[in-house]
Every structure is written in structure tokens, then in C-alpha cells.
Design a protein. Structure first.
Length: 332
């Protein structure tokens, strides 16, 4: 019997790569073994609804989008036999990058053809779900501001971070980590299932997605002038070695504040009330991953780099694979 695979495409994710997906599915999917359906999301939350309805009918639901779409689809599939697959067409693609899923659409579809399944942990944050990284503090503050901003894209993001960093004040939190309680002013607290936020920026370099543990990274209040060294330590994956930080692994964390906790779940802004409980649900989601012998393409590192750069318009002398927004990218 053929595997039944539903593709859910978020038409507004990232910079438009998802427009090539329908055509690439037609040319790349193993039609002899896989039966395909394709649907487009029409509003935020739609992917979750469609994935819930797909549980009894499909073996795999593919999130075509970024971490927000992956979160919606994955949260509907927890503790079911239906697996999540990812075609990363978002802006950060943190979970896909962590799982080594190729950023090129046709190569991500080839991964689905192999049907290799890995079980991963998921996080419950109060009654919501996080698959990748959840946070409270400065990164959540930025995700709330960014969601309201018209000027999106990496440049707008960097400008927003610089402006907000100058004004941001650490808050005091009461934290209980697996029963040990303390209170401290923190700049940012991250609960990591995978190691990275996205774009290969690793906030919890030691995190493992199938170890039954949450990596808790607390960046304590620090002097203003120390911001650049924090940034460098995040970029060079040594944030867990800074003197201002606490990094630990845990299963259950309770965090309280006198004010409403502004958080983000996999990059999406949320309000968590004055108390949030973050719990691990070990190996609760089936995900399609590249098999160990999946052929690494020598162009993959270039694709990673390309995703981080702004679009390069009208430069016909560049190889096709390096031109942003090229409609033919999927078939290269
Ligand atoms: N048709 C739609 N119209 C408006 N919003 C949508 C639609 N479909 C999905 N969404 C919402 O779009 C938001 C952003 O999607 P997503 O996170 O997948 O892309 P991204 O932000 O570009 O990538 P990343 O999270 O990796 O940075 C999500 O909150 C999702 O719920």
C-alpha cells in the first residue's frame, strides 16, 4: 500500500520559496510509493486544524514553511502515528536546520521519499506546545515587537535588536528547576529542545532533541557594555561558558513573575500569564529525517549561506543556485 502524504503550504512564510513546492513535488516525489495531497493555509492556525483532521487519513503531514508552521503541524501530531515532515521555506528554519533537513526544496522532498522516522521530544508550555526553542525575556520581547513591525527581513530584525537592547531592563523571575527554587534578575531565559533559534544561531549548543531533557539557559542581568561579548558568545557557540549564565538540563520548570510573562514559542510571540510551567514530553513526535547515508550535496553549505544573505537581484553571471528568488531553484 502507498504511503499517504499531505503537504500543507504556508504561502506567506519566508521569502517565497514555497511557490516552487507544488511543481517540485510533482517532479521529485516517488509516485510509485507515495500518494500526495497538497493544501494551502489561509490564516494563522489553519495548518494546525488541517493537520488534526489529517491524523487518521495520512501517514505523514509536511509543514512547508518556517518554525511557526512546523509548530502548528507538529503540535497536532504529538502522540499519534502520523509523522511530521518539513520543507523549510521560512526565515529561520531552526528545527529543520537542527535535524539536517536540506534547505533546497527538491532535496527536502527526496528526504521524504526515504520515509526514515526519528522520534523527538516536545515541550509543553502551560497548555501550548514548543518543538524547537521557547523563551522569556529579551528574545521574546523582540519577537513581540517584530510581529508588529512592517519592516521585516534580517535588516529590520538587526535594527530592532540594536534599538531595543539600549532600552531593555532585566526582570526578576522566581524559577523552580526540577524542584530547586531561586529568584534572580535575568535578561533572557531560554528553554531549548533543539540547540538553535534558527539561521544556525545556537543558544544551547549542548541541547539534544531526544534526550528527555530541556536545556535551560539563563542569561543573568549583565553590564550594558557586555552586550557585544554576549552576542559573540552566541555566534561562536560558547554561550554556555559565560560567567553571567546558568545552563542546566531539566524536565520540569516553573517560572513566575509579578508581571505578565511575554514569551515566544518557536519564534511566535505569546503571552503566558504570570506563571508558566515548561515540561518535557520525551519522544512524543515522529519526524521524517534524512537517513544516515543521505548523500550530502557539495552545494548544501552554499545554500545555507544563501539563506542568510539578502536577495541578490539581476546578477545573471552568478550560478543559478546562488540567485535568490529564482523560480527555477526547485528544479535545479
Ligand atoms: N495563509 C496565512 N495567512 C497569514 N498567516 C499565516 C498563513 N498561514 C500561516 N500563517 C502564519 O504565518 C506565521 C509565520 O509563518 P512561519 O513561522 O512558518 O514563517 P517564517 O516566520 O517566515 O519562518 P521562521 O518561523 O522559520 O522564522 C505563523 O504564525 C503562521 O501561523
Amino acid at each position: 500500500m502507498k504511503n499517504r502524504v499531505l503537504f500543507l503550504i504556508n504561502p506567506i512564510s519566508g521569502i517565497g520559496k514555497q511557490k516552487t513546492v507544488e511543481q517540485a513535488v510533482e517532479s521529485e516525489i516517488a509516485h510509485d510509493r507515495i500518494e500526495v495531497e497538497i493544501a494551502y493555509t489561509e490564516y494563522a492556525g489553519h495548518a494546525r486544524e488541517l493537520a488534526q483532521k489529517a491524523i487518521d487519513k495520512f501517514d505523514v503531514v509536511v509543514a512547508v514553511g518556517g518554525d511557526g508552521t512546523v509548530n502548528e503541524v507538529g503540535s497536532a501530531l504529538i502522540n499519534t502515528t502520523t509523522a511530521l515532515a518539513i520543507i523549510p521555506t521560512g526565515s529561520g528554519n531552526g528545527l529543520a536546520r537542527y535535524l539536517d533537513i536540506p534547505l533546497k526544496v527538491n532535496r527536502a522532498i527526496q528526504v521524504i521519499n526515504h520515509m526514515e522516522i526519528k522520534k523527538i521530544d516536545t515541550l509543553k508550555v502551560n497548555d501550548q506546545v514548543s518543538l524547537n526553542v521557547t523563551g522569556i525575556g529579551f528574545d521574546a520581547h523582540i519577537s513581540h515587537k517584530f510581529a508588529k513591525q512592517k519592516n521585516r527581513g534580517p535588516a529590520g530584525y538587526v535594527k530592532l535588536i540594536a534599538l531595543e537592547y539600549a532600552k531593555y531592563k532585566a526582570s526578576v523571575y522566581r524559577i523552580s528547576i526540577d524542584g530547586k527554587t531561586f529568584e534572580l534578575p535575568a535578561f533572557m531565559i531560554t528553554f531549548a529542545n533543539s540547540s538553535q533559534w534558527g539561521n544556525n544561531i545556537h543558544i544551547a549548543p549542548q541541547a539534544k532533541i531526544d534526550d528527555g531533557l530541556i536545556d535551560v539557559c539563563i542569561i543573568k542581568e549583565f553590564p550594558f557594555y557586555d552586550g557585544p561579548s554576549l552576542l559573540i558568545s552566541i555566534l561562536d557557540q560558547s554561550v554556555d561558558q559565560r560567567r553571567y549564565d546558568v545552563v542546566t538540563k531539566a524536565k520540569d520548570i516553573i517560572i513566575e513573575s509579578d508581571n505578565t510573562l511575554l514569551g515566544h514559542l518557536d519564534g511566535e510571540p505569546v503571552e503566558l500569564g504570570k506563571k508558566a510551567e515548561i515540561r518535557i514530553h520525551p519522544l512524543s513526535l515522529r519526524v521524517i529525517v534524512p537517513p544516515a547515508d543521505f548523500r550530502k550535496n557539495f552545494l548544501d553549505p552554499l545554500m545555507e549561506l544563501k539563506e542568510l544573505l539578502p536577495p541578490i537581484p539581476n546578477m545573471p553571471h552568478l550560478p543559478k543556485s546562488l540567485r535568490q528568488g529564482n523560480k527555477n531553484n526547485a528544479s535545479e
